[in-house]
Write a protein that binds this ligand. Structure first.
Ligand code: G
Ligand code: G
Ligand code: MN
Ligand code: NA
Length: 254
């Protein structure tokens, strides 16, 4: 297939972008960090979303290279910000990781190498992954994540609430943050807050920070804050933007 041949060359041809979507503190609406998102700017087809090209990358064995590119590019940018900004806590970035990176490749080694090479403050580099990914091989995932956590990197459980595993079970994993799936924010918009309320309460009792995704309006943001979410991301605060725009947003040196 055309797409496969093109994707093999996309990295070296500089067609892969790492976008940054702001994550704000609900208490004062300041930017706490970003979630990074890969995009492929195809020369003929235009911008291709990860949901389209990551499965292709998986098939052709390019998923680890793309994942490492996202981690490395993000860490380089954060390290540059840290040299020009003096904010406490430092601005973080949370990079999505795929099942293959965590379960069938040495993600520990990759993260360790990137931290050493870039000098990024380890705690400002976070990895996020879905519950489904972790549950593919919980024993191995727990081991790997514990060792990555020991490097000082942050760990966020993505799409929380959409899976079937109990939080009590996931407590054995060293996550510091839960990201509540946007479907619960949609429910809140329809006056249904039961799920969101209990997910937030569980997270709080376990000492985990809570990010809500899919905050699309000021009304969403206020509702999430009232329910005790610490952070939110979504159209209300900014769509995924270029690194240059993110740099300007946080006031780092150009
Ligand atoms: O932006 P969009 O909704 O199209 O993103 C679709 C999915 O692609 C997201 O859920 C996100 O987890 C995934 N994704 C985006 N960037 C990366 C990345 O760098 N690595 C991995 N593994 N997944 C990513
Ligand atoms: O990694 P994950 O699958 O969670 O990726 C998050 C996806 O959700 C990204 O593609 C991001 O662009 C998207 N997203 C972020 N904020 C909003 C929002 O406010 N509304 C909608 N519909 N999508 C959002
Ligand atoms: Mn995500
Ligand atoms: Na998500």
């Amino acid at each position: 297939l055309m797409l496969e041949a093109d994707l093999r060359k996309a990295l070296e041809r500089n067609e892969i972008r790492v976008l940054f979507q702001p994550i704000v503190r609900l208490e004062d609406r300041t930017v706490a960090g970003f979630e990074t998102q890969l995009r492929w700017d195809h020369p003929k087809l235009g911008r291709i979303p990860p949901a389209t090209f990551l499965p292709v990358a998986e098939e052709i064995g390019a998923i680890v290279a793309l994942g490492n590119f996202a981690i490395e590019r993000t860490a380089l940018e954060l390290a540059a910000w840290q040299r020009s900004l003096d904010v406490e806590p430092p601005i973080f970035a949370s990079v999505n990781v795929s099942s293959r990176q965590l379960l069938r490749h040495d993600l520990l080694h990759d993260v360790k190498t990137v931290i050493a090479r870039t000098g990024v403050l380890p705690g400002s580099l976070k990895l996020e992954m879905s519950e489904g990914l972790v549950m593919e091989n919980p024993e191995y995932a727990a081991q790997m994540l514990t060792r990555i956590h020991d490097l000082g990197a942050g760990l966020c459980l993505d799409d929380f609430g959409t899976g079937y595993s109990a939080l009590a079970y996931l407590q054995r994993f060293p996550f510091d943050t839960l990201k509540i799936d946007q479907s619960f924010v949609r429910q809140m918009g329809q006056g249904r807050t039961t799920m969101l309320r209990s997910l937030v309460r569980m997270a709080q009792e376990l000492g985990l920070a809570v990010v809500a995704e899919g905050a699309e309006s000021e009304e969403d943001a206020q509702g999430l804050q009232e329910l005790g979410c610490d952070y939110a991301q979504g159209a209300a605060f900014g769509e995924p933007m270029t690194m240059l725009q993110a740099r300007q947003l946080v006031g780092a040196a150009p």
